[in-house]
Design a protein around this ligand. Structure first.
Ligand SMILES: Cc1cc2nc3c(=O)[nH]c(=O)nc-3n(C[C@H](O)[C@H](O)[C@H](O)COP(=O)(O)OP(=O)(O)OC[C@H]3O[C@@H](n4cnc5c(N)ncnc54)[C@H](O)[C@@H]3O)c2cc1C
Length: 414
């Protein structure tokens, strides 16, 4: 990367160090592309975010030679998913019968995953990571996007010129706004309230879903504590807050009696996060010199916890398709269009299934007339096989095809 006082050049600049941007950065760096990743925060520490690494993404990590390093991170393997209803337990999915090496979902705090991916990328001298560097605008030249403007740690505006700019800056994408593109919104009947409570010996081990008339809660085992996701009707957070933490404590106790005695840890709403659920997607994922991937191209519903996996697989597809041209210093728009064509079906089909579940299960359950009664999939082999593949492998899983460069393999530990 060459540098002047405020302008640098690189081959590919990526806005956003989430799962999509970090994975694309790593794959391009190991292939030998000069790549610069800009992340607006000072670190990757982000709580109440996607924690689920599905078998298809574990396979990608394996193909990158990172499976061992990944499994050294603090993680919990979930092989089965169960719903606890008022009438007892129902098995929703069993991943143990999946084909392939990885037959579980690994729950890993997202910051651990991002630290690992970026630490690996930093071993390549052609990878440059700028933290605390929010992208503020695009650089336009001759009818194409040719880089970004960002605010540096010194508080000044800087410019990075690049052959390809990738927007991986999430569902509130600043780059999308700067490019004047707007996603089509599909709506969702719910928001999700997040909080944590301590775990104790004797608690259930695997994550589970708690269903009751008018109530849906997801419990994720994070070893020393439970991360709890309480699903509420869309826009209902203000009302919940007005009713006070006492009411939330009573709800949790009623739904999960084993947490009685620990709900006092939920003192006020300062310790509670809220996810405003959105399902949307851009119809156009590219402009000359600019590509959108991950949530910036399509925000997913949290149903099935597939947001990270779609983001990672977008990145793998983008690296496979555009990487060889970037090595020659080019990023023709026809290749950017190919990335969108490749990832359109997985995005559209996954969102379609999520919208059906939102409408038929979540929307109805939240109205609270009747306790939802999911079928026991172990008695429905065809449906359970489809559900297993859909959740575990997703639609059109990607594989690493962009080779490690001969010079890239001389990576340095720093
Ligand atoms: C509360 C919550 C729970 C979730 N639960 C799950 C789950 O269990 N499983 C799952 O798979 N998914 C889950 N998701 C969704 C998942 O987190 C996202 O789908 C996934 O992280 C998308 O990855 P991404 O890289 O496209 O975007 P993001 O993860 O949103 O990353 C975007 C990155 O860009 C940075 N950024 C933003 N603006 C700028 C800018 N102007 N300049 C530079 N950087 C910028 C952000 O700081 C961020 O690091 C959840 C999301 C939330 C909010």
């Amino acid at each position: 990367m060459s540098e002047t006082e405020t302008t640098r050049t690189t081959t590919c600049v990526i806005a956003g160090g989430g799962p999509a941007g970090a994975m694309l950065g790593l794959m391009l760096a190991r292939a030998g592309v000069d790549v610069t990743l800009l992340e607006k925060h000072a670190d990757f520490l982000r709580d109440f975010r996607g924690d689920t690494i599905h078998p298809s993404t574990l396979q990608v990590l394996d193909e990158l030679g990172l499976a061992e390093a990944f499994h050294r991170l603090p993680h919990h393997k979930a092989y089965t998913f169960t719903a606890m209803t008022d009438r007892g337990e129902v098995r929703l999915a069993d991943l143990r019968k999946l084909p392939g090496k990885y037959r579980y979902i690994a729950f890993v705090p997202q910051w651990e995953f991002l630290n690992m991916i970026t630490a690996e990328a930093r071993k390549y001298p052609n990878f440059h990571l700028l933290m605390n560097a929010p992208v503020t605008d695009l650089v336009r030249r001759d009818g194409a996007i040719r880089g970004v403007r960002y605010r540096g740690e010194d508080g000044q505006e800087h410019e990075i010129r690049a052959e390809l700019t990738v927007a991986a800056d999430g569902r509130g994408s600043d780059v999308r706004r700067a490019a004047g593109l707007e996603p089509k919104e599909f709506g969702a009947p719910m928001d999700v309230v997040w909080f944590r409570l301590p775990r104790e010996a004797g608690d259930p081990d695997d994550p589970f879903l708690r269903l009751s008339a008018g109530y849906i809660m997801v419990a994720i085992n994070r070893t020393t504590y439970w991360q709890l996701a309480y699903v509420i009707p869309k826009g209902g957070f203000g009302k919940l807050r007005a009713r006070g933490a006492g009411e939330l404590r009573r709800t949790v106790k009623g739904l999960l009696p084993f947490l009685d005695g620990r709900v006092s840890g939920l003192r006020d709403f300062d310790e509670v996060g809220v996810l405003q659920v959105a399902v949307n997607r851009l119809s156009r994922w590219h402009l000359p010199g600019l590509l959108f991937i991950g949530d910036a191209a399509h925000a997913m519903s949290p149903i099935f916890g597939v947001g990270i996996n779609l983001a990672v697989h977008d990145a793998v597809a983008a690296a496979n398709i555009v990487g060889p041209a970037l090595l020659r210093g080019e990023a023709p728009e026809e290749l950017l269009a190919r990335v969108r064509r490749r990832r359109w079906a997985p995005t559209m089909i996954t969102q379609a299934v999520q919208r059906v579940v939102q409408r038929l299960v979540i929307g109805r359950a939240l109205k609270g007339r009747r306790a939802p009664a999911p079928p026991d999939v172990s008695r429905l082999p065809v449906i359970s096989g489809l559900a297993r593949r859909f959740i575990g492998l997703g639609v059109l899983p990607e594989h690493v095809r962009l080779p490690l460069s001969k010079t890239g393999s001389q990576h340095v530990d720093r």
